[in-house]
Design a binder for this molecule. Structure first.
Ligand code: FAD
Length: 307
């Protein structure tokens, strides 16, 4: 019940100001967004890769309002890629980007987002890695898939995300499950209306399995973005049935959630990628993490009143 309320708050400027200014917020935020600058995040990248994990990096930010902010987003990713090059970690660390942070919602936003994201994809390719386009709310997806297709002409390894809760996703999965494609499947983290998305957890989980089967039986590279133990077990079974080797799919989880499971899957020989967010514009990302698990909200509220 709380999830939709928190997701509505994630789009409220008033709530953003209130929560961002609360003195205790930072300690709670750190669990999910463990740094604000590249210098903060480099030790974490080194630590996780030394443990046999791979990463996908998210410089947090979304729904920007000026072209200048979109350029700044591009530059933040380019600076990160420069650091990865110096660290020699290009192959272990890819980027995740939200096109709304690259200007997608501004006037002429489709072209603007494409123009801003292309240099990031080029720079990533130059150090031997790639970019995955995150999926945001359903109104942005046609543009996201068109940008994905455009980028794949020159950089076929560019990935994208599909969300099991949307009715459209089975059809998207069939189109995307082709040789060379990289597709991350997640349940979906936005507040979506009943006209376009399943609302009940059991319906979303069943849809997840249907879409996962399409990806596993297809010719692309499935990336299983979930912390759900049942879905992880089902993914292993479907991969086995489809005759996939361990390096022909991967698991992905968020930094700060089920860290032991990251290590367990990696120790079993799976490719395990940790989605690691950092930066200062963390509000939207943080609120979605609160919405996913009411216990997080209780912890957050308790720490506010106990100070
Ligand atoms: P759930 O049923 O929500 O969770 C299963 C279990 O995982 C829970 O019981 C709990 O133990 C643990 N858990 C899950 N979430 C939390 C949390 N926040 N805090 C503490 N424990 C938790 N969504 C998008 O819409 N677009 C994207 O581009 C996108 N990218 C993602 C990338 C990755 C790598 C991952 C893992 C998720 C991404 N998501 C994205 C979020 C996703 O849509 C879900 O909201 C999120 O993963 C929770 O769903 P779940 O599959 O983990 O299952």
């Amino acid at each position: 019940m709380l999830g939709p309320v928190i997701l509505a708050a994630s789009r409220s400027d008033r709530m953003r100001r209130l929560i961002s200014a609360a003195p205790v917020t930072k300690q709670v935020v750190d669990r999910f967004i463990p740094g604000e600058t590249v210098d903060d995040i480099v030790p974490i990248i080194k630590d996780l890769t030394a443990k046999g994990l791979e990463l996908t990096m998210d410089v947090v930010g979304e729904d920007i309002t000026t072209p200048g902010q979109a350029t700044a987003a591009r530059d933040a990713y380019l600076a990160l890629i420069d650091h990865l090059k110096d660290l020699g970690l290009g192959e272990k660390v890819e980027m995740s980007v939200k096109l709304s942070m690259f200007g997608q919602a501004l006037e002429g936003g489709h072209e603007l987002a494409l123009a801003n994201v292309r240099p990031v994809v080029e720079a990533a390719a130059a150090i031997g890695t790639t970019v995955t386009l995150d999926a945001e709310d359903h109104t942005t997806l046609d543009s996201m898939f068109a940008i994905h297709e455009e980028l794949r002409r020159d950089f076929p390894q560019t990935g994208c995300v599909i969300q099991a809760y949307l009715f459209r996703t089975e059809a998207d999965a069939r189109r995307l499950a082709a040789a060379g494609s990289r597709v991350r499947l997640v349940k979906g983290a936005y507040k979506e209306p009943a006209e376009v998305a399943y609302q009940q957890k059991h319906e979303i989980d069943k849809a997840y399995v249907r879409v996962l089967r399409i990806l596993m039986e297809g010719e692309g590279y499935p990336m299983i973005g979930s912390h759900d133990p049942r879905l992880i077990a089902i993914a292993q079974e479907l991969a086995h049935q489809a005759g996939r080797k361990l390096n022909e799919y991967e698991f992905q989880m968020l930094y700060g959630i089920r860290g032991d499971e990251h290590l367990r899957l990696a120790a079993e020989g799976h490719r395990m990628r940790v989605y690691t967010a950092y930066g200062t514009d963390w509000y939207g990302y943080f609120m979605r993490r609160l919405a996913e698990k009411p216990a997080n909200l209780r912890f957050f509220l308790r720490s506010m009143v106990s100070k």
